[in-house]
Design a protein around this ligand. Structure first.
Ligand code: AMP
Ligand code: ZN
Length: 460
């Protein structure tokens, strides 16, 4: 598999340090609010990468941190007159609920910053000892950026360019405007932990250096996040980790492009955001996941309500095709092997796309071509060919983390068909027809419940 490495700005063969085992670290959320659809992009994209690596027979150690102490969390706690940990805990739970809704596989570990203060202080201690960091009289500790000869290598910015934009602010106590905080001395009333520099709390960048080292070792295979994290967050992580550990921090770097609204990055600060929760309540979670992987991960995606609706319709096509396959399997009498050939071709196309820098857009196109083949060929297909098509269909959609709301019980195809018709009638606001179909379903012993993930058929 080839991936585009932000460090080299080239597609490179993705080879792990240890054969068959990938160690991946993904920067996770700061838990002070519900996540928005833009935040869910790295979550879904890199979960898809993980699923694909596993599908190809690898073991993946996948670590994604929770930033549970930060200015925004403290501000929110003050507004609600509660403590930072109450806020962090609440929104961490909401984040996990959204991850479950989006069918994200649980990470190998979800380390929290406040549970790694010892590891954080240990890295800071190494940096101070080697002269890469210094404490100031107010209890802050800063990284001495200019002392790192490789600083700027990820974002490809020479130090001179950074210098021209940096200013020492009034009252600043840093040696140099380029230096950044690894530890912040506490202000009155703020949460704080004891350290050799006095009471304080970690800077943002240092937590990822510390937690990657603790959970995955000094050198990891891949570090990922949104493209806005390249500078300064990831640049600073590299500086801290490589100066402290004396070895390469991450061998590959992947960054997803932005999710935009009217050509502006979806973000809390621009107030142009939609939370995953709100969108899921309207259309279900699965269309959000479909949407986020429908484009190549490095290209910008534009969010509109219409595009989410069209993703939902595309998903319905996949579900219908899969249900038809089940129906065909139950009634299989044909002897054609053409579908088996098309199945092999679909898998090959899918793998070629995914091997080319995780091209989920082309991988989805391969699946939709396969849908067309299934629809035309399943009538005459042999039972073995149908069985093969069904299991490949499940495997490929599973790699993309899709089709997880399928009823795998023995609900007859007829009932599925009625339920789909009812959904279509509701969409067309044909309430009389929808009610008639509901009654028909009831007569057969089924009800359709409208869940956050869309309609679900339940046996009465
Ligand atoms: P934050 O909570 O802002 O640190 O963001 C968490 C993750 O979401 C990071 O990997 C960000 O790069 C990513 N992210 C935030 N906004 C967007 C967006 N509009 N499009 C894509 N990724 C985003
Ligand atoms: Zn990070």
């Amino acid at each position: 598999m080839k991936i585009f490495n932000t460090m080299s700005r080239q597609k490179e063969e993705f080879i792990p340090l240890k054969e068959g085992e990938y160690r991946i670290y993904v920067c996770g959320p700061t838990v002070y609010n519900f996540i928005h659809v833009g935040n869910a992009r790295p979550v879904c994209v890199f979960d898809t990468l993980r699923r694909y690596l596993e599908y190809r027979g690898n073991n993946v150690l996948y670590v994604s941190n929770i930033t549970d102490i930060d200015d925004k969390i403290i501000k929110k706690a003050n507004e609600e007159q509660t403590t930072y940990d109450v806020i962090a805990h609440r929104y961490e739970e909401e984040y996990f609920a959204d991850c479950r809704g989006l069918n994200v596989k649980p990470a190998t570990a979800y380390p929290r910053a406040t549970e790694h203060i010892d590891e954080i202080l240990s890295i800071i201690g190494d940096l101070v000892e080697k002269g890469f960091a210094y404490a100031t009289e107010n209890g802050d500790v800063y990284f001495r950026t200019r002392k790192d000869p490789h600083y700027g290598k990820l974002s490809h910015q020479p130090l001179e360019d950074l210098e021209s934009g940096a200013r020492i602010a009034v009252g600043d106590i840093k040696e140099d405007p380029l230096d950044f905080a690894v530890w912040k001395g506490s202000k009155p009333g703020e949460p704080a932990w004891p350290s050799p520099y006095g009471m304080g709390r970690p800077g943002w960048h240092i937590e990822c250096s510390a937690m990657a080292r603790r959970h995955l070792g000094n050198t990891i295979d891949l570090h990922c996040g949104g493209v806005d994290l390249v500078f300064p967050h990831h640049e600073n992580e590299i500086a801290q980790s490589e100066c402290a550990n004396g070895c390469t921090f991450a061998r590959y770097w992947m960054h997803n492009g932005f999710l935009n609204v009217d050509n502006h990055k979806m973000s809390k600060s621009l107030n142009n955001f939609f939370t995953v929760r709100d969108v899921a309540q309207q259309v279900g979670y699965e269309p959000i996941r479909f949407f986020l992987i429908s484009g190549h991960y490095r290209t910008p995606l534009n969010y509109t309500k219409e595009v989410i609706e069209s993703c939902k319709a595309s998903l319905e096509r996949l579900y219908t095709c899969r249900n038809n396959l089940d129906f065909a399997l139950q009634n299989a009498t044909g002897n054609s092997e053409e579908l088996a050939e098309r199945t092999r071709a679909a898998e090959e196309k899918f793998v070629t796309a995914m091997d080319d820098d995780l091209n989920t857009a082309d991988a989805l196109a391969a699946i939709f071509d396969f849908v067309r083949d299934i629809n035309t060929l399943s009538g005459d297909a042999s039972p073995a060919a149908l069985q093969g098509a069904a299991s490949t269909f499940d495997a490929l959609t599973g790699v993309l983390g899709l089709l997880y709301n399928r009823n795998t019980d023995d609900i007859p195809a007829e009932v599925h068909k009625l339920a789909e018709e009812r959904t279509a009638a509701r969409k067309a606001k044909d309430w009389a027809r929808a009610d008639a179909l509901r009654d028909e379903l009831a007569a057969l012993g089924y009800v359709v419940e409208d869940t956050a993930n869309g309609p679900k058929i339940v046996k009465k």
